[in-house]
Design a binder for this molecule. Structure first.
Ligand SMILES: [Mg+2]
Length: 234
Protein backbone atom coordinates (compact mmCIF):
# COMPACT_ATOMS: atom_id res chain seq x y z
CA UNK A 1 0.00 0.00 0.00
CA UNK A 2 1.53 3.30 -1.04
CA UNK A 3 0.90 6.50 0.81
CA UNK A 4 0.31 9.40 -1.52
CA UNK A 5 1.48 12.57 0.15
CA UNK A 6 3.48 14.26 -2.60
CA UNK A 7 1.92 17.35 -4.12
CA UNK A 8 3.58 17.00 -7.52
CA UNK A 9 2.84 13.43 -8.51
CA UNK A 10 4.64 11.71 -11.31
CA UNK A 11 2.74 9.27 -13.48
CA UNK A 12 4.98 6.25 -13.01
CA UNK A 13 2.24 3.85 -11.87
CA UNK A 14 -0.63 3.38 -14.28
CA UNK A 15 -3.99 4.16 -12.69
CA UNK A 16 -5.85 0.93 -13.27
CA UNK A 17 -8.83 1.75 -11.07
CA UNK A 18 -10.79 4.99 -11.22
CA UNK A 19 -13.27 5.69 -8.43
CA UNK A 20 -15.93 8.29 -9.12
CA UNK A 21 -17.96 10.28 -6.65
CA UNK A 22 -21.57 10.64 -7.87
CA UNK A 23 -23.25 13.90 -6.79
CA UNK A 24 -21.56 16.92 -8.34
CA UNK A 25 -19.02 14.76 -10.18
CA UNK A 26 -21.05 12.52 -12.52
CA UNK A 27 -24.51 14.01 -12.13
CA UNK A 28 -26.49 16.77 -10.46
CA UNK A 29 -29.90 15.43 -9.43
CA UNK A 30 -31.32 18.93 -9.15
CA UNK A 31 -32.21 18.49 -5.50
CA UNK A 32 -33.85 15.05 -5.83
CA UNK A 33 -31.88 13.67 -2.89
CA UNK A 34 -32.98 16.36 -0.44
CA UNK A 35 -36.55 16.20 -1.80
CA UNK A 36 -36.71 12.45 -1.10
CA UNK A 37 -35.69 12.95 2.55
CA UNK A 38 -38.23 15.77 2.89
CA UNK A 39 -41.04 13.54 1.55
CA UNK A 40 -40.02 10.65 3.81
CA UNK A 41 -39.97 12.79 6.97
CA UNK A 42 -43.24 14.42 5.96
CA UNK A 43 -44.96 11.10 5.32
CA UNK A 44 -43.77 9.49 8.57
CA UNK A 45 -43.73 12.41 11.02
CA UNK A 46 -45.59 15.28 9.33
CA UNK A 47 -42.35 17.28 9.21
CA UNK A 48 -41.01 18.30 5.78
CA UNK A 49 -37.43 18.25 7.11
CA UNK A 50 -34.75 20.11 5.17
CA UNK A 51 -31.54 18.05 5.41
CA UNK A 52 -29.55 21.08 4.25
CA UNK A 53 -30.26 22.75 7.60
CA UNK A 54 -28.75 19.96 9.67
CA UNK A 55 -26.15 18.21 7.53
CA UNK A 56 -23.47 18.98 4.98
CA UNK A 57 -22.71 17.61 1.54
CA UNK A 58 -19.86 15.36 2.67
CA UNK A 59 -22.00 13.21 4.97
CA UNK A 60 -23.15 9.70 4.19
CA UNK A 61 -26.86 8.89 3.82
CA UNK A 62 -27.16 7.09 7.19
CA UNK A 63 -25.56 10.09 8.91
CA UNK A 64 -27.87 12.49 7.09
CA UNK A 65 -30.94 10.49 8.11
CA UNK A 66 -29.87 10.09 11.74
CA UNK A 67 -28.80 13.71 12.26
CA UNK A 68 -31.90 15.10 10.60
CA UNK A 69 -34.11 12.77 12.67
CA UNK A 70 -32.43 13.93 15.88
CA UNK A 71 -32.69 17.58 14.85
CA UNK A 72 -36.41 17.53 14.08
CA UNK A 73 -37.64 14.95 16.61
CA UNK A 74 -35.18 15.80 19.41
CA UNK A 75 -34.27 12.17 20.09
CA UNK A 76 -32.38 9.39 18.33
CA UNK A 77 -34.44 7.08 16.11
CA UNK A 78 -35.43 3.64 17.37
CA UNK A 79 -34.04 0.83 15.24
CA UNK A 80 -37.38 0.11 13.53
CA UNK A 81 -37.96 3.81 12.91
CA UNK A 82 -34.61 4.20 11.22
CA UNK A 83 -35.18 1.14 9.02
CA UNK A 84 -38.54 2.55 7.96
CA UNK A 85 -37.09 6.01 7.32
CA UNK A 86 -34.41 4.59 5.02
CA UNK A 87 -37.01 2.53 3.16
CA UNK A 88 -39.41 5.45 2.70
CA UNK A 89 -36.54 7.67 1.58
CA UNK A 90 -35.53 5.21 -1.16
CA UNK A 91 -39.19 4.81 -2.14
CA UNK A 92 -39.52 8.56 -2.69
CA UNK A 93 -36.10 8.87 -4.34
CA UNK A 94 -37.29 6.87 -7.37
CA UNK A 95 -39.95 9.50 -7.93
CA UNK A 96 -37.94 12.64 -7.10
CA UNK A 97 -35.12 11.57 -9.44
CA UNK A 98 -37.56 10.71 -12.22
CA UNK A 99 -39.41 14.02 -11.85
CA UNK A 100 -36.49 16.35 -11.19
CA UNK A 101 -36.51 19.13 -13.80
CA UNK A 102 -32.91 20.07 -13.13
CA UNK A 103 -31.42 16.56 -13.24
CA UNK A 104 -28.38 16.58 -15.52
CA UNK A 105 -25.30 14.59 -16.37
CA UNK A 106 -22.29 16.81 -15.84
CA UNK A 107 -20.23 17.96 -18.85
CA UNK A 108 -17.95 15.36 -20.41
CA UNK A 109 -19.18 12.39 -18.37
CA UNK A 110 -21.06 10.59 -21.15
CA UNK A 111 -18.03 10.73 -23.44
CA UNK A 112 -15.40 10.00 -20.78
CA UNK A 113 -16.84 6.82 -19.23
CA UNK A 114 -16.86 4.70 -22.43
CA UNK A 115 -13.40 6.05 -23.31
CA UNK A 116 -12.01 4.91 -19.97
CA UNK A 117 -13.56 1.46 -20.46
CA UNK A 118 -11.96 1.31 -23.93
CA UNK A 119 -8.59 2.14 -22.36
CA UNK A 120 -9.02 -0.85 -20.06
CA UNK A 121 -9.63 1.01 -16.81
CA UNK A 122 -11.76 -0.48 -14.04
CA UNK A 123 -14.44 1.99 -12.99
CA UNK A 124 -16.01 2.09 -9.55
CA UNK A 125 -17.99 4.42 -7.32
CA UNK A 126 -17.07 6.05 -4.04
CA UNK A 127 -20.02 7.86 -2.56
CA UNK A 128 -21.88 8.73 0.61
CA UNK A 129 -25.10 7.44 -0.94
CA UNK A 130 -26.35 4.09 0.33
CA UNK A 131 -25.85 1.56 -2.46
CA UNK A 132 -29.45 1.55 -3.67
CA UNK A 133 -29.61 5.36 -3.74
CA UNK A 134 -26.45 5.51 -5.85
CA UNK A 135 -28.00 3.20 -8.42
CA UNK A 136 -31.38 4.96 -8.42
CA UNK A 137 -29.63 8.28 -9.11
CA UNK A 138 -27.45 6.89 -11.92
CA UNK A 139 -30.25 4.85 -13.52
CA UNK A 140 -32.04 7.84 -15.05
CA UNK A 141 -28.95 8.65 -17.12
CA UNK A 142 -28.16 5.01 -17.92
CA UNK A 143 -24.79 5.23 -16.17
CA UNK A 144 -24.96 2.20 -13.86
CA UNK A 145 -23.49 -0.08 -16.50
CA UNK A 146 -20.07 1.55 -16.24
CA UNK A 147 -19.61 0.70 -12.56
CA UNK A 148 -19.27 -2.89 -11.43
CA UNK A 149 -18.22 -2.14 -7.86
CA UNK A 150 -18.10 0.67 -5.34
CA UNK A 151 -17.82 1.85 -1.77
CA UNK A 152 -21.06 3.35 -0.45
CA UNK A 153 -22.54 5.20 2.49
CA UNK A 154 -24.02 1.85 3.45
CA UNK A 155 -20.48 0.50 3.99
CA UNK A 156 -19.21 3.07 6.48
CA UNK A 157 -19.97 6.54 7.80
CA UNK A 158 -16.29 7.31 7.28
CA UNK A 159 -15.56 8.34 3.69
CA UNK A 160 -11.95 7.17 3.91
CA UNK A 161 -13.12 3.71 4.97
CA UNK A 162 -15.72 3.44 2.23
CA UNK A 163 -13.07 4.51 -0.28
CA UNK A 164 -10.85 1.66 0.95
CA UNK A 165 -13.86 -0.65 0.64
CA UNK A 166 -14.25 0.38 -3.01
CA UNK A 167 -10.63 -0.58 -3.69
CA UNK A 168 -11.02 -3.96 -1.97
CA UNK A 169 -14.09 -4.63 -4.12
CA UNK A 170 -12.14 -3.76 -7.28
CA UNK A 171 -9.69 -6.50 -6.34
CA UNK A 172 -12.55 -8.96 -5.70
CA UNK A 173 -14.42 -8.18 -8.90
CA UNK A 174 -11.38 -8.29 -11.16
CA UNK A 175 -9.51 -11.08 -9.40
CA UNK A 176 -6.26 -9.21 -8.99
CA UNK A 177 -4.81 -7.15 -6.19
CA UNK A 178 -5.07 -3.43 -6.85
CA UNK A 179 -2.93 -1.19 -4.66
CA UNK A 180 -3.86 2.32 -3.61
CA UNK A 181 -1.20 3.86 -5.88
CA UNK A 182 -2.83 2.12 -8.86
CA UNK A 183 -6.11 3.90 -8.17
CA UNK A 184 -7.35 7.46 -8.32
CA UNK A 185 -10.46 9.12 -6.90
CA UNK A 186 -12.39 11.67 -8.97
CA UNK A 187 -14.49 14.01 -6.84
CA UNK A 188 -15.92 17.50 -6.58
CA UNK A 189 -15.39 18.47 -2.91
CA UNK A 190 -12.57 18.77 -0.36
CA UNK A 191 -14.19 15.77 1.42
CA UNK A 192 -13.36 13.60 -1.59
CA UNK A 193 -9.75 14.82 -1.55
CA UNK A 194 -9.45 14.13 2.17
CA UNK A 195 -10.96 10.65 1.90
CA UNK A 196 -8.79 9.71 -1.09
CA UNK A 197 -5.63 10.75 0.72
CA UNK A 198 -6.64 9.00 3.94
CA UNK A 199 -7.08 5.84 1.86
CA UNK A 200 -3.65 6.35 0.25
CA UNK A 201 -4.98 7.39 -3.16
CA UNK A 202 -4.47 10.42 -5.35
CA UNK A 203 -7.45 12.63 -6.15
CA UNK A 204 -8.56 14.48 -9.25
CA UNK A 205 -10.69 17.47 -8.21
CA UNK A 206 -13.38 18.46 -10.71
CA UNK A 207 -14.52 22.05 -10.34
CA UNK A 208 -17.81 21.69 -12.17
CA UNK A 209 -20.18 22.01 -9.25
CA UNK A 210 -19.91 23.68 -5.80
CA UNK A 211 -16.14 24.19 -5.80
CA UNK A 212 -13.75 25.59 -8.41
CA UNK A 213 -10.62 23.79 -9.60
CA UNK A 214 -8.52 26.35 -7.69
CA UNK A 215 -10.40 25.68 -4.47
CA UNK A 216 -9.90 21.94 -4.89
CA UNK A 217 -6.20 22.43 -5.59
CA UNK A 218 -5.98 24.53 -2.42
CA UNK A 219 -7.73 21.69 -0.60
CA UNK A 220 -4.88 19.39 -1.66
CA UNK A 221 -6.19 17.76 -4.85
CA UNK A 222 -3.30 16.13 -6.71
CA UNK A 223 -4.85 17.25 -9.98
CA UNK A 224 -7.53 19.87 -10.45
CA UNK A 225 -9.59 20.36 -13.59
CA UNK A 226 -12.54 22.59 -14.44
CA UNK A 227 -14.70 19.79 -15.87
CA UNK A 228 -14.46 16.28 -17.30
CA UNK A 229 -14.85 17.59 -20.88
CA UNK A 230 -11.15 17.20 -21.68
CA UNK A 231 -10.73 13.85 -20.00
CA UNK A 232 -8.68 12.98 -16.95
CA UNK A 233 -5.10 14.08 -16.30
CA UNK A 234 -4.08 10.51 -15.43
MG1 LIG B 1 -19.88 15.02 -4.62
Amino acid sequence: MGTVTETTPTETTPRIVILFDIDGTLIDTGGAGAASWRLAFDELYGIPADIGQFTDAGMTDPDVGRRTFEAVLHRPPERHEFARLLERRLHHLHQTVAESKDYRVLPGVEELLPELIDEGRLLGLTTGNVEAAAHIKLHRAGLNRFFSFGGYGSDSTDRAELTRTALRRASLVYGETVDADQAVVVGDTPHDVEAAHAAGMACVGVGSHHFTADQLRDAGADYAIASLENGLPV
